[in-house]
Design a binder for this molecule. Structure first.
Ligand SMILES: Nc1ncnc2c1ncn2[C@@H]1O[C@H](COP(=O)(O)OP(=O)(O)O)[C@@H](O)[C@H]1O
Ligand code: SF4
Ligand SMILES: [Mg+2]
Length: 331
């Protein structure tokens, strides 16, 4: 069976002042039905741009090439009407700040009714809309849903607003939810609750999820597969357990070394030295070379290609290592 979402050789560049800056450079990303894929990497790696490309939501100054297939069919990224039919029906996206999806001067109820009407035009009348809204709020675990319908977003906590946004997305029964740092603005307890909610939605509805996060702890809790991005490229991907226990790419090892150890008193965190280079400064070789402890001459002159380690596990590095990691947090 074809993957639900199949992105092949995606390239995205932004045009500004007569020059074109590539920020996504040959991304291949597949999402199976019912799968939760964690997309990780430091800020500026191209995670959001990749997701926005899949949603057809990139700014007008973006130039895109490659192929994006949905359920076996190419998505015509230039066809705005086809894209907007897919969005809301099949594909939905939520962001770090739930307020970006909510109208501050409208009640939660009014916004939910609108989302329901858009996706289910046959459902008319206040009572029918209210029943569906209460059902959706129940699915996402909002307590006292009747009361919440009358509330304005500023009267709810960040965690509750994020649940409301997820309820609005569910009105369209999407088959893939792209969640871009959905818990970054929330405190740790609420973050864990939202992650649990996403897992339940997958288990109960068979929904696929791309979970974008810079937090590897979230990936371990929520995801089946992890895809690690650096400077617009995928540098390693595979089943979460496999990649975290035997990371091959020095960047993945660096990210894991930045996690607290769970099996020892040693709580030193090793941050990756240096910074993510701006996309306009990337050279011909491996983008990670300036920060990589294992870099040698070939890394600066040639780009490593993708190699396969074992079932579903691949990486792009000339000098991979498989040092078992002892920094993997338990689920
Ligand atoms: N609209 C835009 N115009 C120009 N550059 C952009 C735009 N959006 C993102 N970028 C650049 O693309 C790169 C990748 O950004 P992004 O996908 O947001 O990273 P991430 O989500 O991994 O933090 C960054 O260098 C960012 O500055
Ligand atoms: S290719 Fe070279 S520079 Fe790049 S990650 Fe591997 S060892 Fe480091
Ligand atoms: Mg982002």
């Amino acid at each position: 069976m074809q993957p639900l979402l199949d992105i092949r050789n995606l390239q995205v560049a932004f045009v500004a002042g007569g020059s074109s800056v590539p920020v996504v450079r040959g991304v291949d990303l597949q999402v199976e039905r019912g799968e939760i894929v964690g997309l990780v990497g430091e800020s500026g790696s191209g995670k959001s741009v990749t997701c926005m490309a899949a949603m057809g939501l990139l700014d007008g100054n973006a130039r895109l090439s490659g192929e994006i297939c949905w359920d076996g069919q190419p998505i015509p990224s230039q066809d705005d009407r086809a894209m907007s039919r897919l969005r809301g029906n099949e594909l939905a996206m939520i962001f770090q700040d739930p307020m970006s999806a909510l109208n501050p001067v409208q009640t939660i109820g009014r916004q939910l009714f609108e989302a329901i009407r858009l996706n289910d035009p046959d459902r008319r009348g206040r009572q029918a809309l209210k029943e569906r809204a209460l059902q959706l709020l129940g699915h996402v675990g909002v307590p006292d849903p009747e009361q919440r319908l009358q509330a304005y977003p500023h009267q709810l906590s960040g965690g509750l607003n994020q649940r409301v946004v997820i309820a609005m997305m569910l009105a369209g029964n999407p088959r893939l939810l792209i969640a871009d740092e959905p818990t970054t603005a929330l405190d740790v307890t609420v973050q864990a609750q939202i992650i649990e909610l996403l897992r339940q939605l997958r288990d109960q509805r068979g929904m696929s999820i791309i979970l974008v996060t810079h937090d590897l702890g979230v990936v371990v809790q929520a995801c089946d597969r992890v895809v690690v991005m650096y400077c617009g490229q995928i540098v390693e991907s595979g089943p979460v357990e496999v990649v975290f226990r035997s990371p091959c790419h020095p960047y993945t090892r660096g990210l894991l070394a930045s996690l607290p150890r769970f099996d020892s008193d040693d709580d030193t965190l090793m941050a990756i030295p240096g910074m993510v280079p701006p996309p306009q400064e990337l050279g011909v070789g491996c983008a990670f070379a300036p920060r990589c402890p294992d870099a040698s001459a070939i890394c600066r002159s040639s780009m490593p290609t993708n190699q396969f380690a074992e079932a579903g596990h691949s990486f792009a590095c000339f000098f991979p290592t498989t040092v078992p990691s002892n920094r993997v947090p338990s689920r």
